[in-house]
Design a protein around this ligand. Sequence first.
Ligand SMILES: Nc1ncnc2c1ncn2[C@@H]1O[C@H](COP(=O)(O)OP(=O)(O)OP(=O)(O)O)[C@@H](O)[C@H]1O
Ligand SMILES: [Mg+2]
Ligand SMILES: [Mg+2]
Length: 504
Amino acid sequence: MIFKRLLRTGSKFNLDPNYKFKCGVEIHTQLKSKYKLFSLSKTSFNAEPNSNVSYFDCGLPGSQPKLNPEALYLALKTAVAMNSDIQLNSTFERKHYFYPDQPLGYQITQHYHPIAKNGYLELSGRYDNIPEDSKIINIEQIQIEQDTGKTNYDKFGQTIKVDLNRSNTPLIELVTKPDFENLEQVRAFVKKYQTIVRHLDICSGDLETGAIRVDVNISINGNPRVEIKNLGSHSEIQDALKFEYQRQKTALENRHSIVQETRGWNGKETLSLRSKEDAVDYRYVPDSELPIIRLSAGIAEEISSQLPELPQTILERLCGKTYGLELKYARFLVENKEILAYYNEIFDNIVVENKKPVKLANNWLFHELMGAFSKLDQKFDVELFPPRKLSALILKVTDNKISQTSAKILLSQVIQNPEDVQLSIDELIEQYDLGNPEDMSELELDEAVGEICQEIIETNMDVVEKIKNGQKNSMKYLIGLAMRETQGKVKASEFAKKFNNLLK
Ligand SMILES: Nc1ncnc2c1ncn2[C@@H]1O[C@H](COP(=O)(O)OP(=O)(O)OP(=O)(O)O)[C@@H](O)[C@H]1O
Ligand SMILES: [Mg+2]
Ligand SMILES: [Mg+2]
């Protein structure tokens, strides 16, 4: 595995300017609806095989489809987010092909009049890691369709088992124009799309579980396109495209012609599955049982007004002056909605309500709190230290009620003792005895510091000897001991002053 990775980094892939890469993608997205597209059985993932199947899902003659409005709504949200024109009249067609996990003998899809057309997504060098400053990928159309069942092959038992749980799950297929000019653009587009559908609760957004499945089409120098179907991860997409580009390029160099076909990816190479079907092979016909979807003229504005702020806008806002986040943190927030909500709450509390600098919110969330979780090898859990509590702790530090060091100790203690989640910040400070010694007079404090330093000197004579011999750095060690002894309640500079006096 490691060896394979080494090999990969060793052989950097470059496109040959004499062989122009052209690519368009088709993305199938499972919609996160409660029920299936045309029936009232539940959508499911990893459920007992064939446990969520209605008569219609298994194609019993006489059963009738009825469009699930929830799926339609999710498709419309995607269309608006992808800057597409919603079509006020759209239709369903039957696309015929025979396969055991396709019980109707056809897939209900939108071929002639899809729900949305003419969208686009803009990629940028800054936010999407593409080599160009900016690149528009045009979207041909978005169509609503049903998913198929799943065929499971058992090689050893020599059986094929069909699971119809996935049958009739709502999908949308998004088809781009062949606008991709390099592999970075393909990766960036799919990533951006994943972030959008996750953010809008349209789909779980995962490639690995098959919730999103990508087909790529690639051609070189105006030759016929080859489609590679069903790629299940970013690395599969990249590897399959690299292989196919190289294969077509070699064929062209040897004056072989490229045939339009559909290929699959086996992890190492693309393999021919079938020559490309044309529309006529699918015998598209209108679905006679599903009426035209007719939408009212204001639908796009209505959906648009219901959408939350989109990921790109949030990203730009977070990287702007007011928030001043580094791009990597802004991206992290956009990809983790729950933590974004957490951040927004601290921001409101620290910056808006209490007029403190935003740096505090940024630093305490990303470095101190998340850092404390990762130091303890734990996944960040917003429940364990809710936003109001973090704000309260930050304010204690800025009001000098607790030192920075003590506040960090407190974070670490709470993470290790989840039952502490019930306690308020004041109670936590009390419980762990982390408050500043503010009830002491300056004189008393000075005396206490003196006593601690004296004790440390007496028990660390070897270090004291080094300091006296000129190793001034060893002083830091003594200060460290004193800080630990007092759990950071006293400033390091106080101890430094005292040690210097005592060791003069
Ligand atoms: N010359 C080309 N080079 C690369 N890609 C192309 C080229 N021409 C078209 N494409 C891409 O091929 C894809 C065609 O997808 P579309 O769904 O319209 O048809 P299909 O692949 O024939 O249908 P199916 O859904 O049955 O696979 C689009 O993503 C489009 O951008
Ligand atoms: Mg297609
Ligand atoms: Mg296709």
